[in-house]
Design a protein around this ligand. Sequence first.
Ligand code: SAH
Length: 355
Amino acid sequence: MQEFIVGIDEKPFRAAQLLKWIHQYGVSDFNAMTNLSKDFRARLHEIAVIRAPAVIQDELAADGTRKWLLRLDDGNCIETVFIPETGRGTLCVSSQAGCVLNCTFCSTGHQGFSRNLNTAEIISQLWLANAALGGNPNGGRVISNVVLMGMGEPLLNFSNVVTAMRLMLDDFAYGLSRRRVTLSTAGVVPMIDELRKTCAVSLAVSLHAPNDALRDQLVPLNKKYPINDLLAACRRYAYGRERQSRAAKITFEYVMLAGVNDSLAHAQELTALLSKVPAKVNLIPFNTFPQTNFRCSPWGSIDRFREVLLKAGLITVTRKTRGEKIDAACGQLAGRIRDRTRRRERMMSVPVNFQ
Ligand code: SAH
C-alpha cells in the first residue's frame, strides 16, 4: 500500500489511513474517507477500485456456522466458513480454487485444481465476512481467529498467502495476534521452513497417519516429503518461532477413518511418533461427501483412540463437527471450480511433483 501511495506522489502515512478505512471500517467508497483531501479522493476514484468477489450463496446452519460461496472474476467459486464458539469466532479461509494434493479422503481434492488465489481474493474473504457479521472495531470483535484451512494448500500459494496474513496481523488492518492466525498444511516441508522465517503464525499439520506406508495412501504428498522430514521441519518451526524458552506447540490434525487409521495400535504408533515434537492433536471425525467410500470411525473408537494419546500426555481434542448440514465442515468445501488437471481422467496414481 505504501509503495502504491508513494508511487502516486502522496505521503507514506496515507497508506495507514487507507488500510484503516478499508479493513477496519469496511469502507469501499473513497468519497466516504473523510480524513483524506477531496483532491486525493478524486484521484483514487479515478485510478483505483475497492471491491470483493460476489457473494452468490450465503447459508446459515442451525449451529450458527455460516458459509459463503464467492464468485471470482474468472468464474471460479470458492467457499469461506464462519464458525462461532463461546468466546471466539473463527473464519476458515480458502487459499486456492481447488487443490492439487488429491488427499484421498478430501472433497476439495476430488474437484481438481484451477489456480492460486491472489492476495486480494484471500483477504477479501475476511473483509466480506467482517461486513456480513457486522464487524465493528470499536465493539467486540466477531472474528477473533482466522484459520487457513479452507480450500487449497496454502503453502503452495506462499507469497499471496503470506501477504494476506500480514494484513491479518497488521495493526492498521485486522490486528490479530500470531496465535490467532493458523495455517494448516499437508506438509510442504521447504515451505514450512520459509514460513518460520517470514511469517511464523500458528502451524497445523494434516498428519492423518502414523507411518509412511499408510500416509502415502491418504496424503500422496507424503511420497515427496515423508513423515521424518516433516516432523523435523515441525521441530524447527516449534523451537525457531519463539526465542524464549517455551516452544510453540504444533497442532497435528488426524482424520478418523473407520478401519483405516483408527486402531489402538495406530494410536500407540502416533504417540511414539509425536513424543519428540511439541505437539497437540486434533482428531477430526471424517465428514462424508458423495464420491467417497471412507466412513467415519464410530464414536467409541474415537474416544478410545483419544484416551491412548491423553494417557501418554498428549493434549488431544476431538474437533466438534460444525456445519455439516450445509457442507461447511472440514473436507467438504468444494466451491465450483474449473478443474485444469483433468484429474478424474488421469486417475489417482499421479507421481507427486509440484515444483
Ligand atoms: N491443504 C491444507 C489445508 C486444508 S485444511 C491441509 O491439508 O492441511 C482442511 C483440513 O480438513 C485438513 O486437515 C484436511 O486433511 C481435513 N479434511 C479433509 N477432508 C476431510 C474430511 N472429509 N473429513 C474431515 N476432515 C477432512
